[in-house]
Design a protein around this ligand. Structure first.
Ligand code: PAF
Length: 281
């Protein structure tokens, strides 16, 4: 497994890798969710490239950039064991050198939900992913459904900017009690870890209501709200039942595929999760 830092080295190495080339962009501190993407890429592609870069431009001024967990030696060991061909670990100065001033902005699909709560977040994500794609030039790129809006934003930018690659969205990997795997779960202390299961419990309660015939979007949102309200450590930021294609809130009866999603503070830790009902992602 090669580990490279600069863009010229990375470009040269990627040119020499067999095709199709699968790419898994990450911010490191890898967990089973990331590894499931790597394994799928490994099964489906001749070569696999993983990037590890904690992208400063997708963090807001009061977010956790400085304390975002990092453990490069451990990450490299895990990726080596998965048979990854190349790991790219650029630095902030490589990605955003002095004088940097070009940004990628995806509009409508990036506006609600995470986009509304985290201004500038998707501009940072879209910009860094564009730069990563330009450098690696993959045939397929793998993202997790846990960050579903991010995956849809990236699908949109790939279509709009004519990147010749396929975006593959893979199922959320969960702990045994349902908590979606996330690098940020490491922040959960003491009783917060147990309390964090409330996100999945709220989503599954709404999904069960849907399966039992409930079609009213507001009732489904209220079902999630009432599960969250019973957890004293949970502070919901948003609870959504949105149309899958544009992420606008369903009003009245759901008639197609819907995305149930939520963002909840458990203590100081902000967690997100989602489930799709009435169709496929
Ligand atoms: O999902 C992530 O880890 C990041 O948002 C990504 C896609 C690697 C861009 O920095």
């Amino acid at each position: 497994m090669q580990t490279l830092t600069t863009i010229p080295d990375l470009r040269q190495a990627c040119r020499e890798l067999g095709r199709p080339l699968g790419f898994v962009p990450t911010m490191g501190f890898l967990h089973e969710g990331h590894l499931s993407l790597v394994r799928k890429a490994r099964r489906e592609c001749t070569s696999v490239v993983v990037s590890i870069f904690v992208n400063p431009t997708q963090f807001g001024p009061n977010e956790d950039l400085d304390r975002y967990p990092r453990d490069l030696p451990r990450d490299l060991g895990l990726l080596q064991a998965e048979g990854v061909d190349l790991v790219w670990t650029p630095t902030p100065a490589i990605m955003y050198p002095e004088g940097y001033q070009t940004w990628v902005t995806v509009e409508q699909i990036a506006a609600p939900l995470e986009g509304a709560m985290r201004p500038g977040h998707f501009r940072g994500v879209a910009t860094v992913v564009t730069k990563l794609f330009n450098a690696v030039q993959p045939d397929r790129a793998y993202f997790g459904q846990k960050d579903v809006q991010q995956a849809l934003v990236i699908r949109r930018l790939v279509a709009d900017l004519n990147f010749p690659l396929e975006v593959i969205i893979c199922p959320t990997v969960r702990e045994a009690d349902g908590l979606a795997m996330s690098s940020r779960n490491v922040y959960l202390k003491g009783q917060e870890r147990e309390a964090a299961t409330v996100l999945y419990r709220a989503l599954t309660a709404a999904k069960e209501a849907y399966q039992n015939g409930e079609r009213n979007a507001e009732q489904l949102r209220q079902r999630m709200q009432s599960v969250l309200a019973a957890e004293p450590l949970a502070q919901p930021q948003y609870v959504s039942c949105a149309k899958m294609d544009d992420l606008q809130e369903w009003q009245g009866e759901i008639e197609g595929t819907a995305l149930l999603s939520l963002a909840v503070f458990i203590g100081q830790t902000r967690l997100i999760d989602n489930l799709v009902i009435g169709g496929e992602l």
